[in-house]
Design a protein. Structure first.
Length: 147
């Protein structure tokens, strides 16, 4: 397993990473993904892709380092998805391990993510990976993603 960080403009973002990311975020079009990454990159958003030995993108992590009053400095995972064809083969574990090492190396006190309440299989995975349920996340939709 090889994990690579991809910068905006990297052609692999659309051709290799986006098809996997769309398994979690089906609303993303190539144009919308480019726009979000362009704006998000300035806010710290990064994408890492996990590749199999034969060069296939098998997993994606969207993440950022955040300074806040609660954790002081944390690595927040926006997106974590393993391609459905290779789930339960260690891809998610490899990505989380990679992110945890990066978080520690950059002085973060916490690795944090949110997960939809309906994603029970993902919750079992996160608990196996020793992540704890530490908060509720509340949201209020202001506009639809299509607006």
């Amino acid at each position: 397993m090889k994990i690579v960080d991809l910068e905006p403009g990297d052609p692999r973002l659309e051709s290799e990473l986006l098809p996997v990311l769309r398994e979690l975020r089906p609303h993303l079009t190539p144009e919308l993904f480019r726009d979000v990454y362009r704006e998000g990159h300035a806010q710290g958003l990064r994408f890492s892709a996990a590749y199999t030995e034969d060069g296939v993108c098998a997993g994606v992590a969207g993440w950022r380092i955040v300074a806040n009053t609660g954790a002081i400095r944390k690595l927040y995972v926006d997106d974590l998805v393993t391609a459905s064809t290779v789930r339960s083969t260690g891809v998610g574990h490899a990505l989380l391990t990679y992110l945890e090492r990066h978080a520690r190396a950059t002085g973060c006190h916490e690795l944090n993510l949110d997960s939809g309440t309906h994603r029970t299989a993902a919750h079992r995975f996160y608990l196996r990976e020793r992540l704890d349920i530490v908060a509720f996340n509340f949201a209020k939709e202001l506009t639809s993603p299509d607006d």
